[in-house]
Design a protein around this ligand. Structure first.
Ligand code: ZN
Length: 248
């Protein structure tokens, strides 16, 4: 079984389509695992929802999805994110909004738990500190947990009651062994923040690598100026276009 693992698409259809094409070239996939924040920031929210819905997939909700549906107060966001959430809510039809409303916060899929933020706070907590990682390891009922939200491609490994973290390396496949628990973030498709503007994602292959399969990290260039022009043409904050180019 092969899964395409994506997170934080953030209404960036140019980046999402580049990832789908790259994954096809890399051998294709049976299912898409989406880890939240389909919308917010970018200019193509409806098209991103339709693209994902047209693929075999399972998905969880992120904080931006909740802000657009009203499950989370957009006033909790900074100015640009709040403006994008309110704008996005006006762009979606009832069917697209209903899709976002129905997204669960946590899913179990075989050896994997899927959640946007963390297991102790599914849509809000950033898994970027050892205490946060240890708290999620304590709640995991599966060997592996897939998260998004921080927009950093990272892997946390549990070792002797401690937790180590590394950036994912596109040149080094990550072997999964059920006895070695891990929390993995594929990075962001639509708004990377690790200093590399290219879309970030993972391919999972269950029949290769360790007993738990293997994760392959990939980065792909996309039509950056197309995405930036869309943001400006929609009247969204200029800062949202500029940050795509810097990868921060
Ligand atoms: Zn996000």
């Amino acid at each position: 079984m092969r899964a395409l693992i994506v997170s934080d698409i953030h209404s960036n259809l140019h980046a999402f389509d580049a990832v789908l094409a790259d994954a096809e070239e890399a051998g294709g996939y049976d299912v898409v695992w989406f880890l939240g924040d389909l919308v917010g920031y970018g200019a193509d929210p409806g098209a991103c929802i339709e693209r994902l819905r047209g693929l075999p997939h399972i998905a969880v909700a992120g904080n931006h999805d909740h802000a657009v549906t009203g499950k989370l107060n957009p006033d909790l966001f900074n100015g640009a994110a709040r403006a994008a959430a309110l704008w996005t809510a006006q762009q979606l039809d009832g069917d697209e909004m209903a899709y976002l409303v129905a997204l669960p916060e946590v899913r179990l899929e075989g050896m994997f738990t899927h959640v946007h933020g963390s297991l102790r706070d599914p849509v809000m907590e950033y898994l970027i500190s050892e205490p946060a990682a240890l708290a999620t390891f304590a709640l995991m009922e599966t060997p592996f947990c897939l998260v998004g939200h921080s927009h950093y491609p990272l892997v946390w490994c549990e070792e002797d009651g401690r937790s180590t973290v590394e950036l994912l390396d596109p040149t080094a496949p990550l072997m999964l062994e059920p006895g070695r628990r891990m929390i993995v973030n594929p990075g962001s498709v639509g708004q990377p923040r690790d200093g590399d503007w290219r879309a970030s994602y993972l391919l999972y292959e269950s029949e290769r690598g360790g007993d738990g399969g293997v994760l392959l990290h990939r980065r792909v260039e996309y039509d950056l100026s197309g995405a930036q022009h869309g943001i400006l043409a929609a009247g969204l904050p200029e800062s949202l276009a500029l940050r795509l180019g810097s990868g921060h």
